[in-house]
Design a protein around this ligand. Structure first.
Ligand code: PEP
Ligand code: MN
Length: 397
């Protein structure tokens, strides 16, 4: 339910409505627009053992609210997710990330600029991380990705360096001025990962780990919520609702491919999810064509398609020597391929009227003749990769 206030309503009127809602065991979430304020009405979000029915919206409440001073009308949100829906929050949410390598000291995700988050799948060593970070930053990437805690389908797969990996990320962050995105896997690790990361990543396997969603909902750190590999759009938005309902409004969604009957790719990249999310929700969306395809040769085309479809940014795996990567080598771009992606990504962004956010030191790159097709040599390398790359293993690793 949404209470739409009159343009002339006072702060007192709003406060009064919030009190009335509280007395009914409900919570009110005001959104202050330019012309008027609306208040989203939600049932209480309690601990996992809260008896169902507590804080439910009772019949008759609508009439009570309608009669209160300052109220214009009452609307019903037709979707099961409320705070994540456009109906409740028509304006785009913009998530601001502090980052020192851009002028102004922060970047906005979900605004006009398209952002690049790039780096290795997994933090393996200082040398591997620093080499990758220097190249991606030189090309303009503002946010460095790298997993320290890695989910692995097989218990014998590499599980990450843990806190040691977080320390390496923090070191590169302080030396290069980039922001850091890294995955958090358990509720108990949330405070520790918060100390190092600028954005907390919730992986596909944890999209419905409700205890973890509760926990990241309580902290003041932006969260990138990956789509579960078998999750519908509605389930994904309901997972986002958990985080929002606990008070953390800095939620970024990430399309990373879903399971279908197709086996040639690791996942099927659901490009249609990008404009669909923009229609259903106000939250920013990032595209991850690395997990989305599992194939190096498809990462650049799917990146460009994602930008054309309206993504707010890309999350790309890059490795100095993908053949020796401890994880996800088959889908990691080489440093050279990453260099060839950037001018193309910029050109597609410009074609649809969007800026591409660049690290300050890269702002002079990708201009003029650089825009458009990659240089001949890189194009050849890309074609070579397409011809010889082994089909990826067919299961989620
Ligand atoms: C990753 O980004 O490396 C990763 C493990 O992603 P996902 O959770 O989408 O598989
Ligand atoms: Mn990966």
């Amino acid at each position: 339910m949404i209470v739409v206030m009159k343009p002339s309503c006072s702060d007192e009127n709003i406060k009064h409505i919030l009190t009335v809602l509280e007395n009914h065991g409900l919570s009110g979430h005001p959104v202050y627009g330019v012309e008027r304020t609306v208040i989203g009405v939600l049932g209480a979000v309690g601990p996992y053992n809260t008896p169902s029915g507590l804080g439910a919206i009772q019949p008759g409440l609508e009439g009570t609210l309608e009669g209160l001073p300052g109220v214009d009308s009452i609307l019903h949100v037709s979707k099961p997710y409320k705070l994540a829906s456009r109906e409740f929050h028509p304006k785009d949410t913009v998530v601001e990330i502090p980052v020192s390598c851009v002028s102004g000291g922060y970047v906005s995700i979900g605004s006009k600029g398209v952002i690049m988050m790039a780096g290795p799948c997994t933090v393996e060593s200082e040398k591997q991380l620093m080499t990758t970070a220097e190249v991606v930053r030189k090309q303009g990437a503002v946010i460095l990705r790298g997993g320290a805690f890695k989910p692995s389908t097989s218990p014998y797969g590499f599980r990450g360096l843990g806190e040691e990996g977080l320390k390496l990320l923090a070191k590169v962050r302080s030396e290069l001025g980039m922001a850091i995105i890294t995955e958090v896997m358990t509720p108990t690790d949330v405070p520790m990962v918060c100390e190092y990361a600028d954005i907390l990543q919730i992986g596909t396997r944890n999209m419905q780990n409700y205890m973890l969603l509760d926990e990241v909902g309580r902290v003041k750190k932006p969260v990138l919520l990956k789509r579960g590999m078998s999750a519908t759009i509605e389930e994904w938005l309901l997972a986002a609702e958990y985080i929002l309902a606990h008070g953390n409004r800095d939620v970024i969604l990430c399309e990373r491919g879903i399971r279908t009957f197709e086996k040639i790719t690791r996942n099927t990249m659901d490009i249609s999810a990008i404009p669909l999310i923009k229609r259903l929700s106000h939250l920013p969306i990032i595209s991850d064509p690395s997990q989305g395809t599992g194939r190096r040769d498809l990462v650049i085309p799917m990146s460009l398609a994602s930008i054309a479809a309206g993504t707010d940014g890309l999350l790309i795996e890059v490795h100095p020597n993908p053949d020796e990567a401890l994880k996800d080598g088959a889908q990691s771009l080489t440093l050279e391929l990453f260099e060839s992606l950037m001018p193309q990504a910029r050109a597609v962004s410009a074609a649809i009227g969007r800026d591409f956010i660049l690290c300050e030191m890269a702002a002079h790159l990708h201009s003029g003749a650089c825009l458009g097709a990659p240089p001949e040599e890189l194009r050849r390398q890309q074609m070579y990769e397409m011809a010889v790359i082994e089909p990826p293993r067919r299961t989620e690793r």
